[in-house]
Structures are given as C-alpha cells and as structure tokens.
Design a protein around this ligand. Structure first.
Ligand SMILES: [Zn+2]
Length: 342
C-alpha cells in the first residue's frame, strides 16, 4: 500500500522516472478519491473539509491519505493543454466569460436602448445581431476539390461578425467588432472603469496574456496558451471556492519563458488559497514547488513506491532518489555560478 499526504493550499509536484507510478497515483487515486468525496459531500449538502484515508475504488491496493492543513476543497479542476473549444467561434473573451459582461455593457448604451437592443444581440451568434452571410463567424468556408477547405474573411461584414445595425452601437467610440479585435491589454485601458470587465482583463495582462486578442479564435492558440487562458480564467473568478487543480506534465512543449509564466500562474493560484498538484519532470517547476512526492525507485515493477517526500530543500538534503540527485546538482551549479560571478 502507498499512503501519501498532499498539503492543501500548496503546490505539490509528483515526480519520478517514467513508469514510476505518477499517473496511477494522480489519475487513479487522488482524482477519483477527491471526486467521490465531492460528489458525496455535495449530495449531503456540505463541502469537503477533510481528506481522510480510504481505499481507492479503481486501484484498491493504493490507499490515499491526504490531510487538510489550511483549508478545505470544494471543487476539482483538471487543466490540460487541449483547445478552449472545437470551433473557431470560441475565443478567450467567450471562454473567460468577459464577453458576457461586455455584451451587457453594450446593451446599456443609449443607442441600444433607443433601438431596443438587448445584451444577447452582441453575442455574435445571435440571429438578430450577427452578420447573416457568415452567421457571425466572420469567415466563410470555401470548399475546394481534393484540397482541405479554406476559410476566407466574410466579404459582407469584412470579419466584423455583426450586422450593420448592431455596429451602430459604440462604447468609447468602439463597436463590438472593434473590441473583439483589441488586445487584452488595450481593452483593459478602455474598460478601466468597468470593474467586472477590467478585473478579468487585468488578470490576463498580469499573467502575460495581454497580447491575446479578445476575439482570437481558439483554434489559433497553442496548447500552452490555452492552458494559461484556462488558469487565468480560474484566477479571475473573484469568489471562487477553494479548488484542487490537477495538471499532468503542463510544461510539455513549452518555451522556457512560458514555463516561467505557467509557474507564476500556479503560484498565484496557491496564494489565492487553492491547491495545485502537478505531475512534472521540469526542474524549475519541481524546485519551486512547496512539496514533492518522488515515486520510484525506477519504472515498471521497480516503481510504485514513495522514494522521498517533503519540501524540495528537505528532499535534496536527504539525497535519496533521482529527483534529489538532479535537484542537488542543479543547486550546486547555481551556487558555483554565484561564486564565479559574485
Ligand atoms: Zn459576415
């Protein structure tokens, strides 16, 4: 039996060589355990206060014990690099919910009230407000023989997505189409006096996503960007309940700068009182975690045991296991470097 302790309100990295049992621990033990607890506590009308020990349904040999140290968990969110949506119509503004707020704002404009326009008119898929030629997509599909379809800018609305009547309403001189073309950081200045909108845009800006356009098609975002949009959306929820975030190798394919951005997002979620569990091999993430659970000692039949657990400093100091060794080497090189240059 394996028993683990995952501190709440902290960033925990599950480490270990390939096949050491990281996936089993997280996806077959921690996630089902918490999900079952949440389902049960929801049906009993109360939140989950303590994670107790208990046998796992799907992997009965693995007993999980998690202790509540700082707070309770009320939600479970698994965050992946998968796209925000399957269609080009999904974008950061719709995903984060900020577009709903922008729509309400446009409906409050004098020109909307005079014409009887409601918020739904500005949701670019509403039949009353959208460009009918492209059904609010801003692009039209061109079918080619023997070749994949291509999308061209809609000649009727020139990519505006809305019909002419809808575009007569402006906020600070901008139409809804203009706002969708703005970058998050530009829009943040325009909506500075509208807290419900500015708050979300500010978060995106702070986590290094200020360059994204509000209406940027979800299909053009990289996996790393999609992942950060999801995390920034979570971070921007003002009164969100204490959440357990689970990420499986979130740094896969990321540029070093994006690893840094991801890490600072994870740290902010923890600062906001949430709990983050990552399966990770990236040393920067491991070194900045609050708690490590190193599995091993090797892969396959030689895996499935906890080799070391504790803070990165403690795990390194004890020197047991692969992760302790690579962390130790990394820190020695940092210290040597500072002697060299300091
Ligand atoms: Zn159109």
């Amino acid at each position: 039996d394996v028993s683990v302790k995952i501190p709440l309100g902290a960033l925990t990295a599950i480490t270990g060589v390939s096949g050491s049992g990281k996936t089993s621990l997280v996806h077959h033990a921690v996630v089902p355990f918490v999900r079952e607890k949440l389902t049960r506590s929801a049906s009993e009308g109360e939140r989950l206060h303590d994670l107790e020990s208990g046998p796992m349904k799907r992997s009965p040999s693995l007993a999980l014990r998690a202790s509540a140290e700082s707070d309770f968990i009320a939600r479970l969110v698994e965050v992946t690099q998968s796209p925000l949506g399957r269609t080009p119509a999904s974008n950061p503004a719709t995903y984060s919910g900020v577009w709903d707020e922008v729509c309400k704002l446009f409906a409050q404009m004098r020109d909307s009230k005079l014409r009887g326009f409601r918020a739904s008119r500005f949701k670019f898929n509403s039949p009353s407000g959208r460009c009918e030629a492209c059904r609010g997509r801003g692009v039209q599909r061109v079918r080619l023989q023997l070749l994949p379809d291509v999308f061209v800018t809609c000649p009727t609305c020139r990519g505006d997505r809305f019909n002419a009547a809808t575009l007569q309403v402006r906020f600070h001189g901008l139409t809804a189409a203009d706002v969708l073309r703005q970058r998050m950081d530009e829009a943040w200045e325009v909506f500075a006096n509208v807290p419900r909108v500015a708050g979300v845009l500010k978060t995106f800006r702070e986590v290094g996503l200020g360059y994204l356009r509000l209406g940027q098609s979800a299909t053009t975002l990289s996996g790393g960007e999609a992942q950060r949009v999801k995390l920034a959306t979570e971070l921007s929820r003002e009164s969100s309940a204490s959440t357990l975030f689970v990420l499986d190798e979130p740094t896969t394919g990321l540029h070093p700068v994006d690893v840094e951005r991801l890490l600072s997002l994870l740290r902010r979620l923890v600062s906001a009182g949430h709990t983050v569990v990552v399966i990770e091999h990236h040393l920067d993430v491991i070194a900045h975690a609050d708690w490590l659970i190193d599995l091993g000692p090797d892969g396959g039949s030689r895996g499935g045991q906890i080799v070391a657990e504790g803070s990165p400093a403690d795990v390194t100091a004890r020197g047991i296991g692969h992760t302790a060794q690579v962390l130790g080497e990394r820190w020695r090189s940092v210290v040597d470097g500072s002697h060299l240059f300091g």
